[in-house]
Design a protein. Structure first.
Length: 189
C-alpha cells in the first residue's frame, strides 16, 4: 500500500514463515519500483507465471532470499539422486527460511536443477517450512506501523475510535496491540 506519508506492506500472518518471507521480499520489489512499474491494484498469489512485473518481483524475491553463490554451497543439485533431493531441498529451504517450492523453482531458474528433475520431486515430500502446521503466528501489524498510529493519535490527526475501526479492532484491542509491541499508548486510551 502506498500512501503519501507511508509505504506499507501487508503480509498474511497466518501463512508460514517461509511464505511470509517470500511475500515480503516480493512486495519490497513493488515498493522500490512503484513509479516505473506499478503493480496491479489487486494481485493473485502465485509462485510462477503472472504478468512481467510479477515475474520480476518473484525473481527479485528469489535472488534476495536465495543468492546463487550461497545455494551452491549446498552441493551440486543436478548431481543429486532423486531420492535424496527432497530431503536436501527441505533442509536448504529451512536454512534460507523459504518454502521448499520457492527454493525448487529458484534452482530451476538458475539452471542448477532441470525442470524434469524438479518435476520428479513429489510435492508431498516437500515441506512448506519449519513452521508448517505449528507455531503461533506473529502479532498483528508491526512496531513501526503502530508507532505511526500512536503518533497520529498523539497529534490529533486520527481519533481513537477511527484507528480502532480502521484496524478492525476494539479500543481495548488497540491498547493491547500497543502493549504487545512495546509502543507507548497515547494518553487518551
Amino acid at each position: 500500500c502506498r500512501l503519501p506519508e507511508l509505504d506499507a506492506i501487508m503480509i498474511n500472518r497466518q501463512e508460514i514463515a517461509g511464505r511470509r518471507n517470500f511475500d515480503l521480499a516480493h512486495e519490497l520489489f513493488h515498493i522500490l519500483t512503484w513509479d516505473v512499474m506499478p503493480p496491479e491494484p489487486s494481485e493473485e498469489t502465485r509462485e510462477t507465471g503472472g504478468n512481467r512485473v510479477e515475474q520480476l518481483a518473484n525473481n527479485f524475491a528469489s535472488a534476495l532470499l536465495m543468492p546463487a553463490r550461497l545455494l551452491d554451497r549446498h552441493g551440486n543439485w543436478s548431481a543429486m539422486k532423486d531420492e535424496d533431493l527432497a530431503g536436501r531441498l527441505n533442509d536448504a529451504a529451512d536454512h534460507f527460511q523459504v518454502t521448499t517450492s520457492a527454493l525448487k523453482w529458484r534452482l530451476v531458474a538458475l539452471r542448477r536443477l532441470t525442470l524434469t528433475k524438479a518435476g520428479r520431486v513429489p510435492e508431498r515430500t516437500c515441506r512448506a517450512g519449519k513452521e508448517a502446521g505449528s507455531g503461533a503466528p506473529p502479532p498483528p501489524f508491526s512496531k513501526p506501523f503502530l508507532e505511526v498510529i500512536a503518533l497520529s493519535l498523539n497529534q490529533g490527526v486520527l481519533s481513537v475510535r477511527r484507528a480502532a475501526g480502521l484496524l478492525d479492532r476494539t479500543v481495548e484491542d488497540l491498547v493491547d496491540l500497543f502493549r504487545e509491541h512495546g509502543v507507548e499508548a497515547p494518553v487518551e486510551l
